[in-house]
Write a protein that binds this ligand. Structure first.
Ligand code: PEP
Ligand code: MG
Length: 572
């Protein structure tokens, strides 16, 4: 049986499932009849929680180092926080509440306070409070959490959900992989899994229903594909894929530190796309030449209020500093479309992809746009910042965005705040009208970046999320390729560099074609960078140009795809 979830940590796994079932916490509202005994019970649960967390910290220290283990040190402090414990005990004494009820009330209050804070670090503490108080609740109720360290054979852990502290104590030699019903790529469980390099697919919805302990399961952490109870042939296929992937990874790792150059020495930029400063680790690991796209809207999602100017500034500064002089292209928010942000109150739209999105919203909300622009300008002194505007469809829009940027600069200057003198400003080319007038746009900005994800959907009129028409979403369509060629030619005619930050930028099939067309920079999921670096080494520019000729002589996308496929296999 096939399941599909969110790829959270890379790697192919075949193993036996161990389904973690932990009783849910049920809180009985009945008042306590013996206050002293209840307080004693509460303190015993605290002591056990602290001792448990001591083990968690030691295990995390051994597996991930002091840096990552520090969070559990702070969890231990939270267990003893007099404000938290004092309030719980006050409710037990003052209102005769039982310990679980009192703890749940106080925890909810703490979580709400942290969640409302401006500062991201403080907001993350809300997850810590949840994690710690869940542990306390389980200890109060005497709910046993199975001790995975006593399981002898390696297993694939299957759970409804896992907290960061549960994930952090996992031994990668024992836990072959992680599958959960809930959660996503950017949650802490995913981040810890990536740090420990345990392959994981999250958000599978029904993994704990479909799988039983002892069942075989095979999955691919890169695609999110999971096969429950695979037959022998499928298992053998996954194992072969795993072996190939492992060999390939060793070969690719050897390319770290080498230039992004073709066989005849033509250098391009192979950059990484990121969604938050948390992705900087993977960016470094895969040796990105910089950030080609920081999708800043992820800083605005999954939260009740907008990030403040200071919080945004800190995030941008962290990225710029960590890149140590390499360029970081930071895109202003592209909310709307498939990325709704409830507190912005865009509401439901008939055609969200054709609707109130990105700069269309920002230009109507200068107060919100101004916060982001000021944060970016303030951060500009910490590294090599490039600012990019998404969803530009006309010169007027670009001019209005630039005017707002200049207004923000003037505002900061008046206050004596330092801002870098020259910050390149670029335009995303992801709407066909922008591609067609890319000559005009190129004369009014410092770089162009082709967003193929949207450019394809708007060119062939296919909603990129509508499964019924996915066959028509065609990255080989000659119309799409002609637009891309136009943009590159127009950019170069007016002396601006052209990059690509949509999925096509990381596509091995398109690499020689785009190289032959003269694309300057390719930006992609960081994990693809070394693979493209290896591929680029196999091409000379004149050969790539000949491939361009061949591709543009064809009228049907299937012939184009076949030509690109032939070109790739000939060099594999
Ligand atoms: C694109 O459209 O290609 C792009 C990079 O932007 P997003 O995927 O964030 O819409
Ligand atoms: Mg886009």
């Amino acid at each position: 049986m096939q399941l599909s979830g969110k790829s959270a940590s890379s790697g192919i796994v075949v193993g036996r499932a161990l389904v973690l079932k932990i009783d849910p916490i049920v809180i009985d509202p009945a008042p306590t009849t013996n206050v002293d005994a209840e307080i004693k019970r509460f303190r015993a649960a605290l002591a056990k929680s602290k001792a448990d967390l001591g083990h968690v910290r030691d295990a995390a220290m051994a597996a991930m180092g002091a840096d990552k283990a520090a969070i559990f040190e702070s969890h231990m402090m939270l267990v003893e926080d007099p404000e938290l414990t004092g309030e719980v005990e006050a409710l037990i004494r003052g209102k005769n509440q039982n310990a679980a009820q009192a703890l749940s009330e106080v925890a909810a209050k703490f979580v709400a306070v942290f969640e409302a804070m401006d500062n991201e670090y403080m907001r993350e503490r809300a997850a810590d409070v949840r994690d710690v108080t869940l542990r306390m609740q389980r200890n109060l109720a005497g709910i046993e959490v199975p001790d995975l360290s006593t399981v002898k054979d390696p297993f694939v852990l299957v759970a409804h959900d896992l907290s960061p502290s549960e994930t952090a104590v996992m031994d990668p030699k024992k836990v072959l992989g992680i599958l959960t019903n809930v959660g996503g790529k950017t949650g802490h469980t995913a981040i810890v899994a990536r740090t420990l390099e345990i392959p994981a697919v999250l958000g599978l919805k029904r993994a704990t229903e479909v799988l039983k302990s002892g069942d075989w399961v095979a999955f691919d952490g890169d695609t999110g594909e999971v096969v429950a109870s695979p037959d022998e042939t499928t298992r053998a296929q996954f194992l072969r894929d795993r072996e190939r992937q492992q060999k390939d990874n060793v070969e690719l790792r050897a390319l770290v530190g080498q230039p992004n150059a073709s066989a005849d020495g033509v250098v391009v930029g192979l950059m990484g796309n990121i969604g938050s400063p948390q992705d900087l680790g993977v960016l470094k690991k895969y040796d990105a030449a910089g950030v080609g796209l920081f999708r800043t809207e992820f800083l605005f999602m999954d939260r009740p209020t907008m990030p403040s100017e200071d919080e945004q500034y800190e995030a941008y500064k962290t990225v710029l500093e960590s890149l140590a002089g390499k360029p970081a292209t930071i895109r202003t928010i592209d909310i709307g479309g498939d990325k709704p942000v409830p507190f912005m109150k865009i509401g439901k739209e008939e055609n969200p992809f054709l609707g109130y999105r990105a700069v269309r919203y920002c230009l109507d909300h200068p107060e919100l746009f101004g916060v982001q622009l000021r944060a970016l300008l303030r951060a500009s002194v910490h590294g090599h910042l490039k600012i990019m505007f998404p969803m530009i469809s006309s010169l007027e829009e670009l001019q209005r965005c630039k005017a707002q940027l200049e207004a923000a600069r003037a505002e900061l200057k008046a206050k004596g705040v330092a801002v870098a003198e020259k910050i390149p400003v670029g335009v995303m080319i992801e709407i066909p009208s922008a591609a067609v007038i890319s000559d005009i746009l190129a004369q009014n900005c410092d770089f162009l970046s082709i967003g193929t994800n949207d450019l394809i959907q708007y060119t062939v009129a296919v909603d990129r999320l509508n499964e019924r028409v996915q066959d028509l979403y065609d990255p080989f369509h000659p119309g799409v390729l002609r637009l891309i060629r136009t943009v590159i030619e127009n950019g170069h005619k007016y002396g601006v560099k052209v990059s690509m930050c949509g999925e096509m930028g990381g596509s091995p099939l398109h690499l020689p074609l785009l190289f032959g067309l003269g694309l300057d920079e390719f930006s992609m999921a960081p994990t693809s960078i070394l693979r493209l670096r290896r591929q680029l080494k196999g091409w000379k520019l004149p050969e790539a140009k000949a491939l361009v000729e061949e591709v543009f002589s064809k009228s049907r996308s299937q012939d184009i795809e076949a030509a690109l496929e032939r070109a790739r296999t000939a060099r594999a």
